[in-house]
Design a protein around this ligand. Structure first.
Ligand code: FE2
Length: 185
């Protein structure tokens, strides 16, 4: 692991331990992540391996108490995730390429197994060297895709062990949700 990533993890630990609102924590994490995105060896070659099918999510670090995790997410050209939520806060930093993020708002107070209207919100493009606060409890549904003709490498930081927690994917037409656990690659 690179020195820059080691220092990032140590500082992240302090931010998470300190706590605060999701808005405060994500702002601090974004400020911490953006300056290291230009580091040449921030990720190991193993953490940037692509999969033949679907996007890859490699664990960079998972806190011993599952209070936060860092994922290297690799999207090849043309790859796109399902519409999904996270159930925790999240900050995305783009290391290589560019990620296109579409955001959605599901009708409130409708059980997840029932139909609900889904509103399409303005989308975002995040390019290398930049960060984006993707998820807080009130703004948690999106899908991301690789925006350019080179693979996109993102460093995603979450307020839980994102590979192991129960999350939801959504059908855009019906608004109905399916529970999933992504696992780690
Ligand atoms: Fe996501």
């Amino acid at each position: 692991m690179s020195k820059a990533m080691q220092h990032f993890i140590e500082a992240l630990e302090k931010i998470v331990t300190q706590g605060g609102t999701e808005v405060e924590v994500t702002a601090k994490v974004a400020d911490l992540l953006e300056p290291i995105l230009g580091e040449p060896d921030l990720l190991t070659p193993e953490q940037m391996v692509m999969k033949d099918r679907g996007y890859a999510m490699h664990p960079v670090h998972v806190a011993a108490d599952d209070s936060f995790s860092i994922a290297a997410m690799i999207l090849d050209t043309g790859q796109i995730t399902p519409i999904h939520d996270h159930g925790t806060w999240g900050v995305i930093g783009i290391y290589k390429g560019a990620e296109h993020e579409e955001r959605f708002l599901r009708e409130e107070n409708v059980p997840l197994d029932q139909s609900a209207s889904v509103q399409i919100l303005p989308s975002n493009d995040v390019t290398a060297g930049h960060v984006h606060i993707c998820c807080t409890s009130d703004k948690d549904i999106h899908r991301v895709s690789c925006r350019t003709d080179e693979p996109c490498v993102g460093i995603h930081v979450y307020g839980a062990n994102i590979g192991m927690i129960k999350r939801h994917s959504f059908n855009l037409e019906t608004g109905m949700a399916k529970t999933f656990v992504s696992g780690w690659d």
